[in-house]
Design a protein around this ligand. Sequence first.
Ligand code: 4AD
Ligand code: MG
Length: 483
Amino acid sequence: MELTPAGVGQVTYILPERCVQKKKRDKIKALLAGGIEKPDVLVQGWVRTRRDSKGGFSFIEINDGSCLANIQVIVDRKIPAETVRQLTAGCCVSARGNLTRSPGKEQALEVQAAEVTVHGTADPEHYPLQKKRHSFEFLREIAHLRPRTNTMGAVMRVRNRLAYSIHRFFNDRGFVYLNTPIITTSDCEGAGEMFQVTTLDLSSAPKANGEIDYAQDFFGQKAGLTVSGQLEGEVYALALSDIYTFGPTFRAENSNTSRHLAEFWMVEPEMAFYDLDDNMDLAEEFVKYLLADVLEHCAEDMEFFNSRIDNTVLSNLTHIAREKFERITYTDAIHQLRKANGNFVFPVEWGCNLQSEHERYLTETVYKRPVIVYNYPEEIKSFYMKLNEDHETVRAMDVLLPRLGEIIGGSQREENHDVLLQRIQAKGLKPEDYWWYLDLRRFGSAPHSGFGLGFERFVQFVTGMENIRDVIPFPRTPKSAKF
Ligand code: 4AD
Ligand code: MG
């Protein structure tokens, strides 16, 4: 039985006793980062390549996913020939021996394996990851094997670091992490893009007045998958002050683009007593914090993206982490776009939605930095956004990034009950569907704001990956949910 040396804070905890003394595995990242020779290490992972030398040795490269780099293992002549034959790309092995300085130029350290165990072979006739490089389209067809490529490994480590640093950012600032429901009966964006959740057999569903009778459905009313946790987030912000959600979000929009998924993850902070300026300040600080953190903690993977995927990624991220974001009203944005003299596919006039080409023009050509556009026309934004005194615009804000476009959408929320009710009705929504949301404006209403950051879009931006389908383990898009 072991005790931790000084305990954690005031609390001491007891480590479990090991029944059998077993040799502990060494992760490749730790061995390489240590940078020094070490006797008797145990490396476990998947073989990337094997070369045989004339002297009867074999060199294998093993990757265990802990870092981008492989470790070179020298397979001793004493290892049986039938084991060596099984050491092909994709097989899973344990290799035990001394970690020593390598005479080769390619690596500083290597393992002199005295023992090699093959756990799972990978028949070279059939294992699909034989070549060094495959197209991302091809890899999407083998989503169960693509995590074993350099690119997907690096994407997932960066994604993991970003998720960790999102939680750190908010927890360090006293925000409470909130889990909002995945199944819901309210359409937050009011855009009718909800996937339906039902246990009814739609071919023989019970009817009332010619329509499906959802009173007989599982939840007793029509339900769907959430498009955003915001409305429920507001409920808790008006009690705990600062909360954030970070969860899966679903949209049945038929957008087959490199920036849209039907299932994606969204980070949504919601803050009581924040106005639109406070909201924009938090969004800017948040984005910069995440970029600085990933540059510091994912240096090896970021170098890889810079050399193999997009050679501007490192300089862009460094620049954005340091520079102030531009903030302009929607009306000013329209002025800027009209000055471009109609060089757009989608015509520009006050009241139009900003298209990707407009967002890119503002961030890449006019301001050469991230741009926060605020005060959008009421007509093109959701019902919950606070109406400005001009009665034409709402306190909405979108954060636009170069190359990617919209990464964050947010707003100050309408806290006045009657104005909110009127906007719900004007948008053709049913007030009874939002009764509890309206109630928040009847009991202790407060000014408050929040925003949503699309997690995959952010991972896409950070890594420079072209397609959003390659930054989520199992992408869901129209006509595609195979794995
Ligand atoms: O702008 P959106 O629709 O805002 C909301 O849902 C608000 N309720 C957020 C809030 O105020 N709490 O979505 C927020 C972000 C977008 O800026 C975009 O980055 C991402 O979510 N997003 C998508 N990402 C991938 N695939 C899709 N289909 C996406 N739709 C939105
Ligand atoms: Mg939006």
